[in-house]
Design a protein around this ligand. Structure first.
Ligand code: HEM
Length: 207
């Protein structure tokens, strides 16, 4: 039951974020592209679109991975989806790292996003490596952290509601959100896994 609710949430978030991001495929003057220096406008919009496309595929395949992980008869599909998910993250993360230096809010935001990319790759490729070694428990833990980072795109956008709905200034909230989105999501998963470990009475390390 809990797993089904989580899966429905993942599908809803994927559709919502994809819908909200769609306008970047229509115009070079959409959203964050408006404020970028002219010198980068000959390449940055294309890189941003590849980043967004990869992010959408990572979210969609992440939800499909959750679905197939609940059904042992779908293990072959789970393996192929896992490869596709890791590839989407490699592409989207690389493109995200390329555009991070031109983020709104300068160095603070850029380092927030670059840390996110590094952790995104680390947990994703660790989960693949552990699956290949046959360490199912370790694989599940690393995959949970990877998915939490994929879905930090929602947490980040929730922060952006504050300047929209209140008189808080946009740039400091954007800078704060670029760090807080992944710190919050990783902490929530770490807490959840710790609680689960305590409940099951097992002793397994967090990473
Ligand atoms: C989890 C790792 C991610 C990192 C490190 C990352 C990094 C970035 C960076 C550096 C920017 C440019 C920000 C700026 O110029 O101010 C950006 C923008 C954007 N990213 Fe990501 N991103 C990630 C995940 C995703 C995912 C999963 C999606 C889902 C579709 C996504 C969709 C977008 C969109 C739509 C924008 C344009 C700005 C906006 O409308 O908020 N990103 N991202």
């Amino acid at each position: 039951m809990k797993n089904s609710i989580l899966l429905i949430c993942m599908i809803t978030i994927t559709l919502l974020i994809s819908f909200l991001s769609w306008h970047y495929f229509g115009s070079d003057a959409a959203g964050i592209l408006k404020g970028k220096p002219d010198a980068v406008m000959n390449w940055l919009p294309t890189i941003l679109r590849i980043h967004i496309g990869g992010g959408m595929l990572a979210m969609a395949s992440g939800a499909a991975l959750k679905y197939t992980s609940l059904r042992s008869e779908r293990i072959a599909a789970h393996r192929w989806l896992g490869r596709f998910y890791a590839l989407s993250i490699l592409v989207s993360g690389t493109m995200g790292a390329c555009i991070a230096p031109w983020s709104i809010g300068g160095a603070v935001t850029a380092f927030g996003f670059l840390s996110l990319v590094g952790l995104w790759w680390y947990f994703t490729f660790r989960s693949v490596a552990l699956a290949m070694k046959g360490d199912v428990v370790g694989h599940r833990r690393a995959a949970s952290f990877s998915l939490a980072l994929t879905y930090s795109s929602l947490t980040f956008r929730l922060f952006l509601l504050f300047p929209l709905l209140t008189s808080l200034p946009f740039v400091p909230v954007y800078q704060f959100g670029s760090w807080a989105c992944w710190i919050i999501n990783l902490s929530l998963v770490a807490l959840f896994l710790r609680k689960k470990t305590t409940t099951n009475g097992a002793t397994v390390s967090v990473t």
